[in-house]
Structure formats: C-alpha cells, structure tokens
Design a protein around this ligand. Structure first.
Ligand code: NAD
Ligand code: MG
Length: 383
C-alpha cells in the first residue's frame, strides 16, 4: 500500500491521477492533496478519498473557510503551505501535478524527505535538474517521470538497454498551428492556440506545445532523467500522437511505444513504479508504422533552439528560460502579448539576466523572480 500526496489535484494530470488511485484502492491511499483556486472541488476529493488527512489551497481566505467546514483536517495555504503539507503528511509517494516553477521547491522537498516523486511538473526538472540529481545521487528519494515521452523512453531503454541504443527519437505533434506557416501566426488568438489537435491538457502546456517550447523542455528533461545529453535526443514530427517515443537500436531496429494519446497510461506507469506490462513495437523502418512521421524544422519552431542553447549555458539559464516563458505565455493568454513575441521575450531575458554558475535553490528562486519582473516590465513597455 502506497500512501500518496497529490499536488495539483484539480488540474488535467491531477484529476487523471485521482482516476488511477480510485481504480486501485488496495494499492493506494490518498493521504494529502493540494489544489489552486478551484476550492469547490475539495468536497469531491474528500467524498471519494475519506483517507485524506491534510490539504493545501492557494489562497488563505479559502483555507479559513475550509477550516470551518472541515475542523478535523489540517488545511494549509500558499506556496509555504505546499511544503508544510509535505512535511506534516506521512506518505510514501508524492505526485507533482503542479504547473510551472511553483512545482520546484515541493519537488526538492519531496526528495529530501525520501519520498518517491512521480513528477508531471517538467518545469522543476528543467530549472532544478542539477539540484534534483544531486539529491538522487545522495540516495534521497526516487524520481519517476509522468510525461508521456519520458515514460516511453524509460520503458524502451529498460527493454533495449542504454548500451544498445543509438539515439532517442522524441515525438512531437507540432501543436495547434502545425499546419500554418510561421508568417501567418502574427495575429492568432489564445482560443486558436488552445485548440490542440491530439491532446487535451492544461492551458500553459497547450501554448508550450504550439511554440514547441514544450519539446525543448522535454529534450532537457530527457537529459536530466536519463543522463544522455541533448544530442542523443532528436525531435521527430508525428501527427497522431500514438507513438510516444522511439529508441533506435545499434542493431538498426526502431523500438516504439505505441498507444492512444491518453495520460492515464503514463500516470499509471509512474504510480505503479514501472510495474506494468510492456512490449515495444519493433520495426526495421518507421514507414512500417501506420502513422505520419516527418523531420523537425528548427526555423519553424525557434523555441526548441532557445531551450537547447539555454541548457548548454547551464547554471541559472534554464531558470531564466522558464520564468520568461511562463510570464510570456500568461501574457499571451491574457491578450497582452502577440503569439510570436513569446519567443522574443525569452530571447530578451536570456541576454538580460546575469548568469550564475552553480546556483543554489535560493538563487534559482531569486533568478525566477528577477526574470519575471524584467519580462513584465518589458512587455508593458512594448504595449
Ligand atoms: P493544469 O493547469 O491543468 O493543472 C495545474 C494544477 O496546479 C491545478 O491543480 C492548479 O490548481 C495547480 N496550481 C497552479 N498554479 C498553482 C499555484 N501557484 N499554487 C498552487 N497550485 C497551483 O496543468 P496540467 O496540464 O495538469 O499540467 C501539470 C504539469 O504536467 C505541467 O508541468 C505540464 O507541463 C505537465 N504535463 C501535463 C500533461 C497533460 O496532459 N496535461 C502532459 C504531460 C506533462
Ligand atoms: Mg510530453
């Protein structure tokens, strides 16, 4: 039996994680959870999971009301409340389904506490990869990805063996504007960008898919998780999102993880700690698969190059990359910034924010706030 704390329970990954826990009551006990502002959802979770002892919401006013309604539960609030929730809840596993930089400190704390960390929150791996790997090297906790590509890569590498792998092909749908030319994107709206062709996900990652910053993040995430270096990971355009990634073997064969685009599978793999049956689809050529594949064009999606360059710089660069991207994406979603300017804000911040070589967690937090401030002012100045 695994006692689980779920961070971000009300989101796309959060609600699908609840589905998996509900289906396996003899294997999981939900003992704590957090959500942001959708407080109406608290009673739904408590009805389905009476085992919950502690919870956290984003705003203190909501926490005050909930404490009156549920006097037997410990109820925390805000960013520090996420840490209190982890510190004061006896658990074996933490599922991080938060979106954005806010997921970093909880990921680090979960590992410090020796928990099994199942992380959908890719931003924490992109920004804090060095710190997280440092903790894992010290034997603190365990890290399992939830991102579908990384679950696929983990399964495939376990099957093929890293020593027998020639390279990893990470698949990309191309997002909502994949059939439009770059020069036709100047006036696209948030509603256009949120219409993802194959996946139903939270707003932020859907915009990151449209710029393909998401794929840049995922190549970095693959390096952090598998230690392979970014040159080992090649993006490949794949329209249907059925092939979650591919390992090309030194034997010349392609090993693929194939299933319908549904995050329940990767989440289940993570919380079951890899204990799920898996057989790769093995072909001599990708043409044998009944799907579309095409080469990736770096000029069409410059965000990928920005992400890889930032990762090469190292230090606090990925914190700048991520913070600038988050600020720009939310500005676009609120109609304060044109779509194509998202990348420009990231490019600007990577030049403007001073570089730090081996940042501590506090320095990453400081870099995050400074970058956001700078980008906010830059966007305001440009309006
Ligand atoms: P979402 O926006 O649907 O949900 C985010 C959750 O975090 C919500 O519960 C929200 O209330 C909470 N939250 C957000 N900001 C918060 C804050 N400041 N304080 C406290 N709580 C806060 O996001 P999502 O699509 O589920 O994505 C979650 C993570 O998983 C992201 O890092 C994303 O890149 C990754 N991911 C998502 C998918 C997907 O299919 N949705 C697939 C792969 C990876
Ligand atoms: Mg993914």
């Amino acid at each position: 039996m695994r006692r689980v704390v779920l961070l971000g329970a009300s989101g796309s990954i959060g609600t699908q994680t609840l589905d998996i826990l509900k289906r396996n009551p003899s294997r999981f006990e939900l003992v704590g959870f957090s959500l942001g502002k959708r407080v109406g959802f608290v009673s739904d979770v408590l009805r389905d999971f009476p085992s919950v002892k502690n919870l956290c919401v984003q705003n203190e006013e909501d926490a005050v009301n909930l404490r009156k309604k549920y006097p037997n539960l410990q109820i925390y609030s805000g960013d520090s409340g996420l840490i209190s929730l982890l510190d004061h809840t006896d658990a074996d596993m933490v599922v991080n389904a938060l979106v954005g930089f806010v997921g970093l400190v909880p990921s680090v704390r979960a590992l410090e506490l020796g928990r099994i960390l199942c992380s959908a929150n890719k931003e924490s791996l992109v920004v804090g990869g060095e710190i997280i790997n440092g903790l894992l090297r010290q034997g603190k906790g365990k890290l399992i990805p939830i991102d579908s590509e990384h679950v696929a890569i983990a399964k495939l590498l376990r099957h093929v063996g890293i020593e027998n792998a020639e390279r990893i092909l990470i698949t990309a749908s191309g997002g909502s504007f994949r059939d439009r030319k770059r020069e036709d994107l100047a006036h696209v709206t948030p509603a256009d960008a949120l219409a993802h062709p194959t996946w139903s996900m939270g707003a932020k990652i859907t915009i990151d898919s449209a710029t393909m910053m998401n794929k840049g993040f995922e190549i970095i995430e693959a390096d952090v998780l598998f230690g392979v270096g970014t040159d080992f990971v090649t993006p490949v355009m794949h329209r249907e999102s059925y092939v979650h990634s591919i390992v090309e073997g030194k034997d010349g064969l392609f090993y693929a993880d194939v299933s319908a685009p549904d995050m329940h599978g990767p989440i289940e793999y993570a919380v079951m700690e890899g204990d799920v049956p898996f057989e790769p689809t093995v072909v001599k050529s990708l043409d044998e698969l009944p799907f579309h594949f095409a080469g990736f064009d770096p000029k069409r999606y410059p965000a990928v190059g920005l992400a890889l360059e930032s990762h090469r710089q190292g230090g606090n660069s990925n914190a700048v990359l991520n913070a600038a991207n988050e600020e720009a994406v939310y500005a676009f979603l609120e109609n304060r910034l044109p779509f194509l300017q998202i990348e420009e804000e990231v490019r600007y911040a990577l030049k403007a924010v001073p570089h730090l070589d081996e940042p501590t967690l506090d320095q990453l937090i400081d870099t995050d706030s400074r970058t956001r401030q700078l980008v906010r002012e830059h966007i305001k100045g440009g309006e």
